[in-house]
Each structure stands twice: as structure tokens, then as C-alpha cells.
Ligand binder design. Structure first.
Ligand SMILES: [Zn+2]
Length: 207
């Protein structure tokens, strides 16, 4: 039997509960996985069945497995600056959704994201970045359509980070796999923001 023929490891709602509970354990200092047992690794050598795909930022302050107190094999993690849906990221996402069939997908942005700030600087202050950074930022610019040019910097970046998460979610939801999985009714796409100073994950809406 192939991995994608197996039943779901958990429902999307249960997956979301696990992430919330894991973030609570992380916050109150009772994280479960200081070391990984040999039996866990041996069992994972046969197959992986992660219960969630996390698309997060490369920022060193936002490591998903630690933030959600998740063990080896539990999260399929894709990290790229600004949690953008570039072609390689979309390919990784397609694999997670179509083959691994993770029941839950979370786009995880974070406070004061440097990539989102660079996109704001590009849009409102005509800042110029290095060529390949410009290519990355291009993926963020469409999300900034309704951001107030004259807002206070702290409020502006907070709004932009949320808008960028929602923009990435929309692109995933509108992909062929996203639509197909939604029709099956066994899949949830959620947005979340990591608050760097407190360690708390604030979940946005689910679609
Ligand atoms: Zn970031």
C-alpha cells in the first residue's frame, strides 16, 4: 500500500488542536521532545505521515518544530523568506498536498518579517534591492495592495505581514490540488502569525 492510500493520520481540526497545544507547551516550558527516541527514528525510516504542512519564513527566530513542540515526522516544513509561494515552494506544497495528503496546511508568518518590510520599502519608498531579492519580493508585492502608505511603521508592517499570509493562502486554495482537497472535505488551510517577543502563535481564519 502506498502512503497516499492510507487513511488520514488525523482530522484537520485535530491537527490544528495539536499545533495549538504544542505552542502552549512551548510557551509554558513543558516541551515534550528534548531528545528523539531511537524507536521513533526507526519507525520513521519506513515512512513519513506528517499531520501538517507548515509554510513559514526562513527567519532564525521562527523554527516551526520548536514553536509547535512537534516531533520528527510530524510536520512537513517548507521555509522561504517571506513565506512566499515561489515555483519551488509551490512544487513542495503540491507534493505535500497531493502525495502526503497532510490534512492541515498552515501558512505561518511572523511579526516584523524582513522580507515583507523589504517589499514595503520597495513599494512605498522606492528602495532598490539586490536582483534575486527583487525576484523574491515580487511574490509579496501583490499582497500589499490595500496597505496604507501613511500608516505608522509598526501598524503598517503588522498589516502587511497578515496580508501576505492571506495572499499566500489564497494562492494555495486556488491551486488545482487545493481545490480538489477542499472538495474532498478532509483538508484545512489556516493562517497564523508568530509573535516573536512572546513566542505565541496567533491563528487567523481557516479556509
Ligand atoms: Zn520573515
Amino acid at each position: 500500500m502506498k502512503i497516499h492510500d492510507l487513511p488520514m493520520p488525523v482530522s484537520p481540526e485535530e491537527g490544528l488542536k495539536r499545533l495549538r497545544d504544542g505552542n502552549e507547551r512551548f510557551l509554558n516550558g513543558s516541551a515534550r521532545f528534548p531528545t528523539v527516541q531511537k524507536e521513533v527514528l526507526a519507525s520513521l525510516a519506513r515512512e513519513q505521515r506528517p499531520y501538517a504542512t507548515i509554510l513559514g519564513c526562513s527567519d532564525s527566530r521562527v523554527p516551526p518544530e520548536l514553536v509547535f513542540d512537534a516531533n520528527f515526522g510530524e510536520l512537513f516544513v517548507i521555509r522561504v523568506a517571506g513565506n512566499v509561494l515561489s515555483p519551488e515552494v509551490a512544487g513542495s506544497m503540491q507534493y505535500a498536498v497531493a502525495h502526503l495528503k497532510t490534512p492541515l496546511c498552515v501558512v505561518l508568518g511572523h511579526e516584523n518579517c524582513g522580507a515583507v518590510q523589504a517589499a514595503l520599502d520597495r513599494k512605498f519608498r522606492k528602495a532598490r534591492h539586490l536582483l534575486r531579492m527583487e525576484l523574491l519580493i515580487k511574490n509579496i508585492l501583490p499582497s500589499l495592495e490595500n496597505i496604507d502608505k501613511h500608516a505608522q511603521p509598526a501598524a503598517q508592517i503588522a498589516c502587511a505581514v497578515e496580508a501576505n499570509v492571506r495572499w499566500t493562502m489564497r494562492q494555495i486554495a486556488e491551486s488545482p490540488e487545493g481545490r480538489a482537497r477542499k472538495r474532498e472535505g478532509t483538508y484545512m488551510l489556516a493562517g497564523a502569525i508568530f509573535e516573536i517577543a512572546t513566542g505565541r502563535v496567533r491563528f487567523l481564519e481557516q479556509i
